[in-house]
Write a protein that binds this ligand. Structure first.
Ligand code: CAA
Length: 394
């Protein structure tokens, strides 16, 4: 049975920040952020956008692109590490906002940035088990990445969501859930305590944990498929906390195959997957899938029928290396989403406006908002301890 990604949707907040301006404000050489980190813009959520609204918008795009109705969905999972409630899952809000039917499994998954991949793997197994009975799964990865002002992590923030419609007739990427490599280990590289909106991270250690994880996961994958080497992939999409991390990952993966010049293959195998993430920043659970969307939307190469390797990393940690084949026509379908136009439509914040927004966000869980925009899917505020949202206006 074929299983895989049938359609995708992407949502970014309406605001962003230029990292060149941030570098100047922090007294840092802009080249450090633009070249050393490898990001030039990061998404910033206004007060009426959150993990729910981003998830709903991405899911709406994926369903429209995949011509799916609410009743087609039998499994709705949101992977997130920046949920809005300790009990009620983001997926229930999304179900309500999108009108997804009641005969559906609806829940949220968490394992740092791996939460979306955990949901995707579960969705593939659900389809192959026969439980789906012709229905589709909607997997949504949605997050707002915050480390706080003046921290080393500040230039690696971001916000956004990627939704994946997963089905037995995939029109984007056919995946093989029986052939994956995992690596899990109990480490304290990145975490967010219950009392904090900002994440804490041991930066250099987190980079090392990521590299250890790709080593373990790729070795595990190769044990099952010893005939496959990195050269067999037309492209490789990595979890992208920041662009430079993907370059480090690529060097590590190619070195495991004995490649003494791993940078030589970077432009051909990786660069296209970083075009969109470099303008959005870290979107945690969605980062790998934004990289995949970027590959399909921006690669100038014909990827029809070609193999793509994917690496997902969630701090804490759990990681997975898996592979898929690009379904003919997939690039045209993703290009039609006009994702670059979505990014170009954002308003660029001043540093003052960005800092004011970061401070104001602290209070949005506690009180109703004074005013809200009129367009689709926005957060209205909290009343009687309940978060309320506006659905699509049309
Ligand atoms: N011109 C060009 N490059 C420059 C430069 C300049 N003027 N100045 C510095 N650089 C380069 C450095 O050489 C370095 O490159 P290399 O890594 O190739 O050596 C790069 O810029 C970053 O410099 P530093 O390491 O000195 O930067 P830093 O101390 O400020 O920390 C960071 C960088 C650790 C990534 C930090 O931003 C951070 O903690 N980020 C959050 C954690 C994170 O993203 N970890 C990734 C792995 S964990 C994960 O993937 C899960 C997740 O999503 C969080």
């Amino acid at each position: 049975m074929k299983v895989g990604i049938d359609a995708l949707g992407v949502a970014v907040p309406s605001l962003c920040l230029d990292l060149e301006a941030l570098a100047k404000a922090r007294g840092v050489d802009p080249k450090k952020y633009l070249d050393g980190i490898g990001t030039w813009r990061m998404g910033v959520a206004p007060l009426d956008e959150d993990t729910v609204t981003l998830a709903a918008r991405a899911a709406s795009m994926a369903m429209k692109s995949g011509e799916a109705s609410g009743d087609d969905i039998g499994l709705l999972v949101v992977g997130t590490e920046t949920a809005v409630d300790h009990s009620k899952p983001v997926s229930s809000y999304v179900q309500g906002l999108l009108g997804i039917g009641q005969r559906c499994r609806v829940f949220e998954t968490k394992h740092a940035c791996y939460g979306g991949t955990a949901a995707l793997m579960m969705a593939l197994d659900w389809l192959r088990s026969g439980s789906a009975r012709g229905r589709k799964a909607l997997v949504v990865c949605s997050d707002i990445a915050r480390y706080g002002l003046n921290t080393p992590g500040e230039p690696t923030q971001g916000a956004g969501a990627v939704a994946l419609l997963v089905s037995e007739a995939p029109r984007l990427l056919e995946l093989d859930p029986a052939l994956t490599g995992q690596h899990a280990t109990d480490v304290h590289d990145f975490w967010r305590p219950l009392y904090s909106k900002d994440a804490f991270v041991d930066g250099p250690y987190s980079v090392q944990c990521y590299l250890d994880a790709i080593t373990g996961a790729y070795r595990h994958f190769r044990e099952q498929a010893p005939w496959v080497t990195a050269d067999d992939f037309a492209a490789l999409a990595y979890h992208v906390p920041y662009g430079k991390m993907a370059r480090k990952a690529h060097r590590q993966l190619r070195a495991l195959d004995g490649d003494l010049n791993p940078d030589a293959s970077f432009d051909a195998q990786v660069a296209a997957s970083l075009a969109l993430p470099a303008q959005v920043g870290n979107v945690y659970t969605g980062s790998l899938y934004l990289a995949l969307a970027s590959l399909l939307a921006t690669s100038s190469r014909d990827l029809d029928g070609q193999r793509v390797g994917l690496f997902s990393y969630g701090s804490g940690s759990c990681a997975e290396f898996f592979a898929g084949s690009v379904v003919p026509g997939a690039q045209a379908r993703v290009k039609a989403l006009e994702l670059q136009a979505l990014l170009d439509a954002r308003e660029v914040l001043t540093i003052e406006a960005y800092e004011a927004l970061m401070a104001a966000r602290e209070a949005t869980d506690l009180k109703p908002l004074e005013r809200a925009r009129g367009d689709a899917f926005h957060f209205l505020g909290v009343e009687a301890h309940k978060r309320t949202y506006a659905g699509p206006s049309a």
